[in-house]
Design a protein around this ligand. Sequence first.
Ligand SMILES: [Zn+2]
Length: 343
Amino acid sequence: MVIALVCQAGYRSIPSLCYRLHSTYVRRMRYLFQLKEDDEACRQAYHAGTFFLFYNNLPFLQQEGKMFLAPKINGAEIKKILEQFRQSEEKIEDSLLIGCSYECTPYFALDLGSLERAAIESELNGSFVDLWKAFFQLREEDASLISTAQALLHWHDNHQYCGKTGQPTRKNLAGSKRVCQGSGLICYPQMSPVVITLVSDGSQCLLVRQASFPQGMYSALAGFCDVGESLEETVRREVAEEVGLEVESLWYSASQHWAFPNSSLMIACHALVNPQKNKISIDRQEIEAAKWFSHEEVVMALGRKPQSSIEKDDGSSFWVPPKQAIAHQLIQEWVKKHAAVPA
Ligand SMILES: [Zn+2]
């Protein structure tokens, strides 16, 4: 009873009082859910919010040595910035909710694409950077927030009109959905499921190259899930399509959101093929090269830095994606599991 009274009385003005009664994680999730469902609560949250700035989907970053930092701008500062660039206060309502801190400080992304880029950059002492170029130099926490924000901004940008009636759509304040002004149809931000599979024959692992990969890089097989498929079916089909092998068993490892080039949910799996039937036949439309590598070769590849200037790209001095990519984790797991197998 007491709890209920505290919550009702203090709901809007001091949400932390209410949410302190739950575990940190539950509190944060409930708070975010409230902001997604209730426009007025979201509007109130701007004051205590932290903002990440974007310019036509490019994140605002500051360089610190070899690393990039995503500056956190508070509600008062964002107001000042908007005033300074002669924007109305309502511009803040273009913001998208992208998460919150452990203390329930809401995080928002705001795209200032309608303003003058160079003026903002010089005023705030940083620059709007291509996320793909900066991604591997961002701290893990920033990388995840910024790529969520970019994916969400991109989705809203591409869903300004209803796919059924062609009428304009409008986002709710948090940006967790868009509603068609004509038909009332609601659409929610989406990710495309992609399976990423590390194939093993028990002693070697199969790595492939797509033509679009940086020179010298080999990775696990990847492919989009087709409509109607289970995860298992996608793994089996992709391995059959791309390298002509039949999967005997497979197991799930982990998943990751990947913002490039569009929002994907990368679902990482290990797959085992029969070592007697491990002869590869490549689908050249999908991949450029596929090779079996020994434990020793893979360990060496994990230790190599990305090399853009490999003279002979024959797979002898290949490297694998860096630790931020889930393919790296899959390869690490395989190496650990096969540590006892002689090369
Ligand atoms: Zn519509």
